[in-house]
Design a protein around this ligand. Structure first.
Ligand code: FRU
Length: 497
């Protein structure tokens, strides 16, 4: 049975998506069918296709009671919208609605969505408070029925020191023995974040297993959107902490995404961290979720936005929020490596290259055939000679006479900076972020993927990634280079078709 609320959302999106022409969207990054998008949800491979659900408010380009939008793809780059999958139509979702969650295939072939229902509940002192509980819905890849026993996991099942209001974002998976596990975030009654683990034989009836790991004040306060998986023989736990305090150039203030690499003991349900690092060093990246491809790769997609800047746009924007490029993950020397997928590489067309070009001086250098707002640019930069270092190199893109976004490198500090100060923004928000990179005598390998309203920079074959969004007019499609000193560059640019 499709509820009135879901029917209304489906009719609304089908009617209003017509107002959004293809030119108003990125080419290979998923945007909401209409209205608002935040976290990726239920990212999975099911019945021969990748499914991406997302936190969705169809009626305005701002956050509102959460629905789940839905799209499918064969290559994670060309997406087809399906009708909205969930609307907040049950009494237990009358607060914030249907918050983030995940999808698993049941043994009988149906798809199970596990999500957070946010209920507005009267407290003993008479005030209303949102309470978060986990719910399930089961379906065929298009239509989903919420389970009569919802909620299936509540804070009452958690240890007694648990905060019962913050308990959300279930990421479920099937264990080797065919039973199910689910990791969620919670915090203790002092506000210290943690990840908790539940288990289930059938996906419908769940028991608390363990506190997977406690933050102990290390990464922000409350955590969001946990993801736990095995990768190259290690266990990886990715969480998005809130209220982080900046730590050098490794972690930013506010919301961030932290990857912890270590070991996971399925007996005790505990995770031990051996190494931690930022997942993205740009400005716009949060709440990523991963899945395994049929050929065994671990691919992750994040929300390419930052909660600090989501209320600065106009009501008339056709959509707000987009997903980041899918990244294939691996671990090399104990560290997370992220690269574009082979499916993305297959879309690269019409290569243009220039080798050994010397850029020197602050007069911008333009190179024949190097431009575009939908492009993949591979760039190697190096000093002219070993003993002839430079001070600064800058690549400018999405550029017209007045605007550009810059990727800037200062070899003496080993600092790479993304800067959208001149992208046309009229808002006093954070426009720059830098990271320390592995510098080989002033040489650096960069790959800049541009898709109309965003850029993602892969540094040194995926050692670091920096993501940024901007709204510069689409006619700004020049790319140019400046240098303080002399920099030798090799460049290879593709169109993405
Ligand atoms: C993270 C988040 C989740 C929550 C959802 C609500 O961006 O705050 O914790 O489930 O967004 O839309």
């Amino acid at each position: 049975m499709i509820s009135e609320k879901l029917e209304k959302a489906r009719a609304y999106e089908a009617e209003n998506e017509k107002k959004i022409t293809p030119l108003m969207r990125p080419v290979f990054h998923l945007t909401p069918r209409v209205g608002w998008m935040n976290d990726p949800n239920g990212f999975s491979y099911y019945n021969g296709k990748y499914h991406m659900f997302y936190q969705y408010y169809p009626y305005r380009p701002f956050w509102g009671p959460m629905h789940w939008g839905h799209a499918v793809s064969e290559d994670l780059l060309h997406w087809n919208y399906l009708p909205a999958a969930l609307a907040p139509d049950e009494p237990y979702e009358n607060g914030g609605g249907c918050f983030s969650g995940s999808a698993v295939e049941l043994s009988d072939g149906r798809q199970l969505l596990v999500y957070t229902g946010v209920l507005s509940e009267k407290q003993p002192d008479g005030t209303m408070h949102d309470v978060q509980q986990q719910c399930v819905a089961v379906g065929d890849g298009v239509n989903y029925e919420k389970c009569e026993n919802n909620p299936v996991m509540t804070a009452k099942q958690l240890p007694s020191d648990s905060n019962r209001f913050d308990f959300r974002d279930p990421k479920a998976w099937k264990a080797a023995d065919g039973s199910y596990r689910c990791v969620m975030v919670n915090c203790d009654n002092k506000g210290d974040g943690r990840a908790v683990l539940f288990e289930s034989k059938d996906g419908f009836s769940w028991n608390f297993k363990s506190i997977l790991t406690q933050n102990n004040g290390k990464f922000g306060k409350m955590w969001e959107c946990p993801d736990l998986f095995e990768l190259d023989g290690k266990a990886v736990l990715i969480v998005s902490p809130m209220e982080m305090e900046a730590e050098g150039l490794e972690y930013p203030n506010g919301h961030g995404v932290v990857c912890q690499i270590g070991t996971y003991d399925d007996e005790t349900g505990t995770f031990t961290c051996e190494h931690a690092q930022s997942v993205d060093y740009g400005i716009d990246f949060y709440a990523p979720q991963s899945t395994q491809t049929p050929d065994g790769r671990r691919v992750m997609i994040g929300w390419m936005q930052n909660w600090a800047f989501v209320n600065q746009h106009a009501e008339t924007e056709p959509w707000f929020g987009q997903m980041a490029l899918p990244r294939e993950l691996s671990i090399v020397d104990g560290k997370l490596i992220q690269r574009p997928t082979k499916e993305f590489d297959a879309l690269r067309k019409n290569p243009v290259s220039h080798n050994g070009v010397c850029v020197s001086g602050l007069e911008a250098v333009k190179l024949e055939g190097i431009e575009g707002r939908v492009a993949d640019v591979e760039l190697t930069i190096a000093p002219k000679s070993k003993d002839d270092s430079y001070y600064m190199f800058e690549m400018r893109f999405a550029q017209d006479d007045k605007h550009y976004t810059a990727l800037r490198y200062r070899p003496h500090e080993s600092e790479l900076e993304l800067d959208r100060s001149y992208s046309g923004s009229r808002i006093a928000m954070v426009h720059k972020r830098s990271c320390k990179v592995q510098d080989n005598g002033g040489s650096l390998k960069l790959r800049v993927v541009i898709d109309r309203f965003s850029a993602e920079v892969f540094v040194n074959d995926g050692e670091q990634v920096m993501s940024i969004t901007f709204k510069t007019d689409l006619k700004a499609e020049k790319i140019s280079f400046v240098a303080d000193g002399v920099v030798k560059i090799d460049i290879l640019k593709y169109e993405i078709k």
